[in-house]
Design a protein around this ligand. Structure first.
Ligand code: T4K
Length: 406
């Protein structure tokens, strides 16, 4: 790793990349390997590979204890978890959802024959704007699906008030929010149900996986039945169901990683602080904050770049970083409302100004246990170097372009 002395040393202009190996956003955290491998042996010895095995039971009990909820139901992934939720809640017609989210949130609805109605986020947050939610309610609306993006809770109380007033279901995509709290209570206890992701890129992973949490006994029973081909307590299926089960290897991985949760959070928190300190005072740069007094997993380092003040646009900075082997990510660009499956036939898109602004300005930086403190220091140094020389970099690029066309 080498520090840059001048802009022609930037990799984008032909210099040596700062990092010899790529730094990723979403590199998996891996807990105690020996413990996981012992569990794999156990699975082989027991010859119980799936269908509600003992490791799944342990995983579910551990998540329920962490969240403090009555039911935690392990599923194959969070997307399927959201789909099962739509079925169990018997949703119809339209569901109000943010566009500033991973496309899986919208896909889960569309896959279930529901229409996602994209809503803007509240200024200063990355979450559903309750006042805009109200405006979008029609006679066809059956539910509001909030997303706790970056593990930060959305406006749960306000959304619950709206849902009550209009007799709508309220449930949450909590893919990012395991081990996070809202008003001192753990996420997983709000709305009708909440769905966590245990995908490889999440801070606690089970390779692929998800967990649905609810305090509603009847809903839990229906969710389990739907995820198991419609089988309930009897010999024959009670309804049409699917296969949403989590296998034992995944459950063992999830369980093993949950045992290291505290350590993962600590590393994430440490990196979060180092990024904040390293980027402090840079004009046009804001790091999304994790407020004191709540539990957070700190799994995302979310940068907002105001290009007018920062000297470079988000995409210019991204290009520079990628050339240096820092694979920062534009989560989520473009907004779900602009993606092909959700664009109107006439090309029109809903008016979501705050979502558009975020989609143009957000950049996620690498964190987690695969990233070292020294890596974080180098990345912040690189960003400071680049943003302090925005004008020079643009001029250099323009000159290089002119030279190549001569
Ligand atoms: N709701 C929200 C708000 C979500 O963010 C997600 C998923 C869901 C619902 C659905 O949850 P699941 O059904 O997946 O349980 C990734 C993940 O695939 C996805 O789970 C995640 N959100 C989303 C934010 O990110 P991509 O398309 O960005 O993945 P990919 O392959 O580009 O990987 C991301 C980075 O991680 C890369 O730099 C490579 C690195 N990586 C990835 C994997 C899988 C590794 O280093 N090792 C790995 O094993 O979607």
């Amino acid at each position: 790793m080498r520090a840059k002395g001048s802009i022609d040393q930037l990799a984008v202009f032909g210099g040596q990349p700062t990092f010899a190996e790529r730094l990723h956003v979403g590199r998996p955290n891996i807990g105690e390997r020996e413990r996981f491998l012992a569990r794999v042996q156990d699975i082989f010895d027991r010859r119980w590979l799936s269908n509600h095995g003992p490791y799944l039971e342990q995983l579910e009990a551990r998540v329920a204890a962490l969240v403090g909820c009555r039911h935690a139901i392990g599923v194959a992934n969070a997307t399927l978890g959201l789909q099962l939720a739509c079925r169990a809640l018997e949703l119809t017609g339209e569901v109000i959802v943010p566009a500033h989210t991973f496309v899986a949130t919208a896909h889960a609805l569309a896959w279930e024959g529901l229409q996602p109605v994209f809503c803007d986020v509240r200024k200063g947050t990355h979450h559903l704007d309750p006042s805009r939610v109200r405006e979008l309610i029609t006679p066809r609306t059956s539910a509001i699906l909030g997303v706790h993006l970056w593990g930060l809770p959305c406006a749960i109380d306000e959304l619950a008030g709206i849902a009550r007033q209009h007799n709508l279901q309220l449930f949450f995509d909590a893919a990012h929010a395991l081990a996070c709290s809202y008003g001192g209570q753990m996420i997983g206890n709000f709305g009708a149900l909440e769905v966590f992701s245990l995908h490889a890129t999440k801070f606690v992973n089970s390779f692929e996986g998800g967990v649905i949490c609810t305090n509603d006994d009847d809903l839990a029973r229906r969710l389990r039945m739907l995820a198991n081909f419609g089988y309930g307590e009897t010999e024959f299926p009670e309804c049409v169901g699917t296969n949403g089960k989590l296998n034992e290897i995944s459950a063992a991985m999830g369980l093993t990683n949950l045992e290291s949760l505290g350590e993962f959070v600590e590393v994430n928190r440490h990196h979060q602080r180092a990024y904040r300190a390293g980027l402090a005072g840079l004009p046009g740069i804001r790091l999304v904050e994790y407020p004191e007094g709540e539990d957070h997993n700190y799994q995302y380092v979310v940068l907002e770049i105001d290009s007018a003040r920062a000297g470079l646009t988000r995409d210019e900075l991204l290009k520079l970083l990628v050339a240096e082997n820092v694979l920062a990510r534009r989560y989520f660009f473009p907004g779900a409302h602009r993606l092909k499956p959700y664009r109107a036939a006439d090309g029109s898109v809903p008016h979501l100004p705050e979502t558009e602004r975020l989609c143009e300005s957000v950049l996620l930086l690498p964190t987690g246990t695969a990233v070292s403190g020294e890596d974080v220091a180098r990345v912040t140094e690189l960003i400071r170097f680049a943003l302090g020389r925005g004008g020079e970099i643009r001029a250099h690029r323009a000159a290089a372009r002119t030279a190549s066309t001569v």
